[in-house]
Design a protein around this ligand. Structure first.
Ligand code: ZN
Length: 263
């Protein structure tokens, strides 16, 4: 039996035994969808521009043209990507009553498109953009059309103000409701599946600690090292799709072959 199979069987047992299982996902789960993990040197989205300088709320407010000249590329890179089988595996677990919720750091909305119902997007998502002046919200396709139709490249609200993507920018606080919900879920979980996250970006990185402090266990499915590796009951370091397939297999489940319908 391979290392992956042994770990998958152990993790399947933990999932079956737990009353409450929550998944925490990071960039690694979207890599099989063709979205590079910007933390991987040389492969990232961020290599040519320092995102902390441009994807910053101050730049958005001061110079929306500069902000959008950068952020439109991000929309382009993420907008057409499809959920992969790791996203679908989590949907299957939720359907089977074996997963309570997914907390994600990702803004690519792929969990939502895969069909996850109980989803907490702690960094927001590109699904919509909002006018900070009148509060109107516009969906991604509308925002892309407004971007393409604008001479200065700035998608604007009907009122004329620049739209802000529904993602947490540098210099912004995380949405209070989302992080509060994530903390509740983490503290109430018997088992947290940490998938594709380096567990280095706070406050999300503190969520597995909440699970552990409340007497729960954590499993880590992430290729690189994390600060919590020593405290994980199960640790899988390979391909996230293969690993989740193995875990579902050990639970007697399969991931549906059909790609999700376009939403
Ligand atoms: Zn407006």
């Amino acid at each position: 039996m391979s290392v992956t199979e042994t770990a998958a069987i152990r993790l399947a047992e933990l999932i079956r035994e737990a009353d409450s299982v929550v998944a925490l996902t990071g960039a690694g789960i979207s890599v099989p969808s063709g979205i590079p993990d910007f933390r991987s040197p040389g492969t990232g989205l961020w290599t040519r521009v320092n995102p902390m300088e441009v994807a910053h709320i101050d730049v958005f407010r001061r110079d929306p043209e500069r902000f959008w000249s950068y952020y439109a590329t991000r929309f382009q890179t993420l907008g057409d990507k499809q959920p992969n089988r790791a996203h679908l595996a989590l949907v299957e677990l939720e359907h089977a009553g074996l997963l309570d919720a997914v907390i994600t750091q990702n803004i690519d909305r792929l969990h939502a498109r895969a069909g996850t119902q109980e989803l907490v997007e702690v960094h927001g998502s590109i699904a919509d953009s909002t006018c900070l002046v009148c509060g109107l919200t516009y969906e991604l396709e509308d925002v892309r059309a407004r971007h393409e139709g604008a001479v200065d490249g700035v998608p604007r609200c009907d009122c004329g103000q620049a739209l802000k993507p529904g993602v947490v920018l540098f210099g912004e606080l995380l949405p209070v409701a989302a992080i509060t919900r994530a903390q509740e879920l983490a503290a109430g979980a018997d088992l947290m599946l940490c998938i594709g996250s380096s567990l280095e970006v706070y406050p999300v990185a503190a969520l597995p600690d909440s699970t552990l402090d409340a007497g729960g266990q954590i499993a880590i499915l992430t290729q690189g090292p994390t600060p919590l590796d020593r405290r994980a009951t199960v640790h899988m370091r390979g391909d996230v799709v293969q690993e989740l397939e193995a875990v579902l297999g050990a639970l007697g489940m399969t991931i549906p072959e059909a790609p999700p319908l376009e939403l």
